[in-house]
Design a protein around this ligand. Structure first.
Ligand SMILES: C[S@@+](CC[C@H](N)C(=O)[O-])C[C@H]1O[C@@H](n2cnc3c(N)ncnc32)[C@H](O)[C@@H]1O
Length: 276
């Protein structure tokens, strides 16, 4: 069972003060980059994992998605999301991603913003998402960058000549990291970049885009305090596609003087039981 820190009253209140909580997608500095990864949603079936207040769900619905499902473990976050969708255009469900279940091939796009780093074991939910996507379906997500997450005491160090650095320790020691961010004892899970990307590949996703997000010159000019985000990446953005891999192809001819053709096509979708 997950920690569900967003239902902690102190955390929930402090999270609500953040710019991204007040302004939504426009208050999220990485959104312009994330947005370029999202395909045309018209007519698509979309699921968001860790939807929070539902900003992306509403945006997806406004883009013409046929159906939007927002999942989150936090009752408080979902209450805000539902209150912002009085017409009930979006379906919201309280679900812990650690025990995620979704119907097979029922979505075209799966999206997650800054939620997957709360999950101890990503294998099961990402395998479930892979199965839930139609062949060719897209997975787009962001997480805190492993360089940002790895340190046991994350924070800036400023040396005598004013140089700012983000010291890293325990990079290759994966697992829980506890920080006092918005409340005491917030639990997140650090994985190296290789672990996350190789997991996707092993499950059966083709990577389409990997971005160690940094602000653009224009963003830094508009908000000079963002320049510190050039010192180390804070977010990792990934776009992947559910692929079908041709595992075996047999073409045989000849038999009793007449040409015979035997054709065996075995497509592998990452889930053996789905081979056809
Ligand atoms: C940083 S917020 C992001 C919310 C939203 N995606 C956004 O970008 O505005 C992370 C969200 O993930 C949810 N979350 C964390 N662990 C979860 C889990 N195990 N299952 C489902 N949701 C989870 C939290 O409740 C929270 O709403």
């Amino acid at each position: 069972m997950t920690q569900n820190i967003y239902d902690n009253p102190e955390f929930f209140e402090n999270y609500g003060l953040m710019e991204r909580s007040v302004k939504g997608l426009d208050g999220a500095s990485e959104w312009p980059s994330m947005r370029t990864l999202v395909p045309d949603l018209r007519g698509c079936r979309v699921v968001e994992l860790g939807c929070g207040y539902g900003w992306f769900c509403r945006w997806a619905s406004g883009q013409g998605a046929a159906h939007v499902l927002g999942l989150d473990v936090s009752e408080k976050m979902l209450a805000r999301a539902m209150a912002a969708d009085p017409d009930g255009r979006i379906t919201y469900r309280r679900v812990d991603m650690e025990s995620l279940e979704l119907p097979v091939q029922s979505f075209d796009v799966a999206y997650s913003s800054l939620a997957l780093h709360y999950i101890a074991d990503l294998d099961k939910p990402l395998t479930t998402v892979h199965r839930a996507l139609a062949p060719g379906g897209r997975l787009i997500f962001s997480i805190e960058h492993p360089i940002y997450m790895a340190p046991t005491h994350p924070g800036w160090r400023v040396d005598a000549d004013g140089r700012k650095t983000w010291p890293i320790d325990k990079y290759s020691v994966e697992g829980p990291r506890t920080t006092d961010w918005l409340a005491k004892g917030v639990m997140k899970y650090h994985r190296t970049m290789g672990t996350t990307l190789n997991l996707l590949i092993r499950i059966g996703f083709a990577l389409e885009h990997v971005e160690e997000w940094a602000p653009t010159d224009r963003q830094v000019t508009a908000r000079p305090e963002m320049a510190e985000e050039l010192e180390r990446p804070m977010f990792l953005l990934v776009a992947a596609r559910r692929v079908r891999t041709l595992l075996r192809y047999t073409f045989a001819a000849k038999g009793n003087g007449a040409m015979q053709t035997l054709k065996t096509l075995l497509w592998f979708d990452g889930n053996a039981e789905e081979a056809v």
